[in-house]
Write a protein that binds this ligand. Structure first.
Ligand SMILES: C[S@@+](CC[C@H](N)C(=O)[O-])C[C@H]1O[C@@H](n2cnc3c(N)ncnc32)[C@H](O)[C@@H]1O
Length: 251
């Protein structure tokens, strides 16, 4: 895993979202080093705006995988690609990817309004104003046609499946963001409750999920019930295509 100093992991199966949420961090700014990332990430954490104000373990899983993958690809991961992160919280994943992959086209980190200040601060702390933008993206809300979050090649979602009321809005946002037929979602997920399966049941109607089995750390994080998926949208059938075009024409 990453070289982040972490709290001891609770015994297998004993954690849930509430327990994790209660492991509050005091507002502070620190330096987060990852093995394989040349510079540490400077990161302000502050939970006064919500649960996203601290680092969640799923973020480390995703970053460690991208560091490994970038090595495999000899530094060419996400070259010239537009990347949108949703539910970014502190923005750690997006910032780490922007540092790791300086040849990306653009990185947009998004969350709800209360997280904007923290994300902006973290962009500045890492001098990434040129390549990383912060934007508001509420899951389930319509995305304006000119929004900078559309036409992404890659969508990142770290630990966003945890609130049952948000399952369908989250799926709607995945659907809206994958407007480019080639776009790919990387998703880290930590299983906490059986109700999570409702998300996957609904999601699998429209998306294909593949565990990223090439990740050398997979066995380690799976002990903590974490998963890393590569998700792609299923092709629309004829009827769905017609409905899609009809809706587009009316907009
Ligand atoms: C568990 S935190 C994960 C934060 C970060 N991705 C990480 O892995 O460290 C979930 C994030 O999703 C965001 N979120 C929750 N509901 C949302 C919604 N309806 N629209 C947009 N973002 C939402 C929260 O604000 C929070 O930042």
């Amino acid at each position: 895993m990453s070289s982040i100093a972490e709290q001891p992991v609770p015994a297998f199966g004993t954690f849930d979202y509430v327990t994790e949420r209660e492991q509050e961090v005091k507002a502070h700014t620190g330096s987060i080093a990852f093995d394989g990332l040349s510079d540490p990430i400077l990161l302000a954490q502050d939970m006064s705006g919500g649960c996203g104000g601290k680092i969640w373990k799923c973020a480390n899983v995703m970053i460690d995988y991208f560091i490994w993958k970038n090595n495999q690809l000899r530094g060419k991961l996400f070259e010239d690609q537009k990347i949108v992160e949703i539910g970014s919280g502190t923005g750690l994943v997006g910032l780490a990817v922007a540092k790791l992959c300086p040849a990306i086209k653009q990185m947009v980190i998004t969350d709800q309004i209360p997280m904007m200040g923290l994300m902006q601060e973290n962009i500045k702390l890492n001098h990434l104003e040129q390549s990383v933008k912060a934007d508001v993206l509420n899951w389930g809300e319509a995305i304006p046609a000119m929004s900078q979050v559309l036409d992404a090649d890659v969508i990142l979602a770290s630990d966003c499946i945890y609130l049952e009321v948000a399952f369908i809005p989250l799926l709607e946002t995945f659907f809206a963001l994958t407007n480019k037929p080639t776009s790919v979602i990387y998703l880290t997920y930590r299983k906490r409750r059986n109700a999570d399966k409702l998300f996957f049941q609904a999601a699998k109607k429209k998306f294909t999920f593949k565990d990223i089995t090439e990740d050398p750390m997979m066995k380690v994080y799976m002990r903590d019930k974490m998963h890393l998926f590569r998700v792609t949208r299923k092709p629309l059938n004829q009827q769905q295509l017609q409905a899609f075009h009809k809706q587009e024409a009316s907009e």
